[in-house]
Design a binder for this molecule. Structure first.
Ligand code: UDX
Length: 436
């Protein structure tokens, strides 16, 4: 008999996990407290944008294997319960807010059958799994707890779930490992590496990986600052160091830095947890990583002032991009949106475009001016800023938009546009980390 699964928390991670597990042939019930979200998912509609996930969701709903509900009692037949709720930054500290994780486990406990395994996927401070295991040993001693961190990138959610680089499972006994091996059998037989760890290590793998990625981006942005001071070009520098396989060329794209629902809050929560553990000195560098990252947003605003002057009130600035990265409609801690808001606060007239992120951005910042149409957003601008690296922006032919703008100045905040092409069309081209 195939195992039955439940997924608690049907946001980005949970909805993806539920649909992907269903596509492997499991019966999956997704539970979320948000009735609107559940209604949409149950109807085969995705409440956010992720390439190809809408089609997979609709297809799996049709099979009858995948269902969604707000009712926790629907999980009582399940053998394995994946906790996929959010762990946002607390409102009053750098630490992660564990309210949703704790409440998911509390609400699940009365419905756990004998031998059931609760598997945490949410990103949590190290030590959380041990504490939850303790809690379950009182409220549901018939069940077990394991940790299986997720590494999915927005824009590649299906790929990263069904063909991950590795599977990491934190377990305290062989049975939990063998049940999880049964769940992931199709992935294992396709050659995905399997790493068994203890609970704290499994929790740490996730934050260590995200800290490393954040450090790589801030490293190249620090080099960009030095290049600016020294008259160098960070794009050439990144290319040159990236050929060394020990360094590698990924995550060395200098620009306005990282954002999103993971990297910024994960490095902060990691620092907060290290402090509690008395190990803060080891993570002191992450403070700098965070500071370099936030400084990149200010540096691009400095370039705007160099071009337009200190008084921005007379100028219209067109911003290309609101999301924190392309192929996503996620605007959480988006550098692009932050910069748009800051320029607007400085008095500039700002109009923002994005292929998918306008509505989520409008919800957060209703007072910004938005344009669905690229041409409309660019019209009469004094300055164009490329802040999210959507491929449609790289496809813009600068000569075909020259007649629309007042001044032909572009700042490439992602170092991905073809500088030659823009200059050949008569544009002044500025970027971070390149003095030329
Ligand atoms: C990240 C991790 O990559 C993923 O493994 C984890 O599970 C969740 O967090 P995601 O938040 O989707 O995934 O974003 P990611 O692709 O890592 O990009 C993060 C940010 O860094 C984006 O704002 C991106 O624009 C920026 N970035 C990325 C750079 O500025 N330069 C780079 O070279 C790479």
């Amino acid at each position: 008999m195939k195992l039955k699964l439940s997924v608690i928390g049907c946001g980005y991670l949970g909805a993806t996990h539920a649909a992907c597990m269903s596509s492997l042939g499991f019966t999956v019930v997704g539970v979320d407290t948000d009735a609107n979200k559940v209604a949409m998912l149950a109807n085969g509609e995705l409440p956010f944008y992720e390439p190809e996930l809408d089609a997979l969701l609709a297809q799996e709903i049709k099979t009858g294997r995948l269902s969604f509900t707000t009712d926790f009692s629907a999980v009582q037949d399940a053998d394995v319960h994946f906790i996929c709720v959010g762990t946002p930054q607390s409102s009053n500290s750098l630490a992660a807010d564990l309210t949703y994780v704790n409440s998911a486990v509390t609400q699940l406990a009365p419905y756990l059958k004998a031998g059931a395994i609760v598997v945490g996927k949410s990103t949590v401070p190290v030590g959380t799994a041990d504490a939850l295991r303790e809690q379950l040993s009182l409220s549901a001693p018939q069940a077990d707890l394991a940790w299986n961190p997720e590494f999915l990138r927005e824009g590649f959610a299906i790929e990263d779930t069904l063909r991950p680089n590795r599977l990491v499972v934190g377990v305290t006994n062989d049975r939990a490992e063998s049940v999880l091996k049964e769940v992931y059998e199709p992935l294992l037989s396709a050659g995905v590496p399997w790493i068994r760890a203890d609970l704290p290590t499994a929790e740490l793998v996730k934050v260590a990986a995200n800290s490393f990625l954040a450090t790589k981006i801030s490293f190249i942005n620090a080099m960009a600052e030095v290049c600016e001071a020294a008259g160098g070009d960070v794009t050439v520098l990144a290319q040159a160091i990236g050929y060394d396989p020990r360094i590698g060329n990924k995550f060395l794209q200098a620009g306005i830095g990282f954002g999103g629902g993971c990297l910024p809050k994960d490095i902060r929560a990691f620092m907060a947890r290290a402090e509690e553990l008395g190990a803060m000195q080891a993570l002191e560098f992450l403070r700098e990583v965070d500071a370099i990252n936030l400084r990149a947003r200010q540096r691009v605003i400095d370039v705007v002032r160099e071009e337009l002057g200190e008084d921005l009130t007379k100028f219209r600035i067109a911003i290309l991009g609101t999301t924190f990265k392309p192929d996503s409609d996620d605007v959480r801690d988006s550098p692009a949106l932050d910069i748009a808001v800051q320029l607007r606060a400085a008095g500039a007239s700002v109009v923002v475009h994005d292929p998918k992120g306008i509505e989520p951005a409008r919800k957060r910042f209703p007072n910004l001016e938005y344009a669905q149409d690229l041409t409309v957003s660019i019209k009469d601008s004094n300055l164009l800023m490329h802040l999210t690296e959507w491929k449609e922006y790289r496809a813009i032919d600068p000569s075909s938009i020259s007649h629309l703008v007042k001044d032909k100045i572009i700042i490439d905040g992602r170092n991905l546009l073809d500088r030659q092409l823009w200059r050949a069309a008569g544009w002044k081209f500025r970027a971070l980390g390149r003095t030329d």
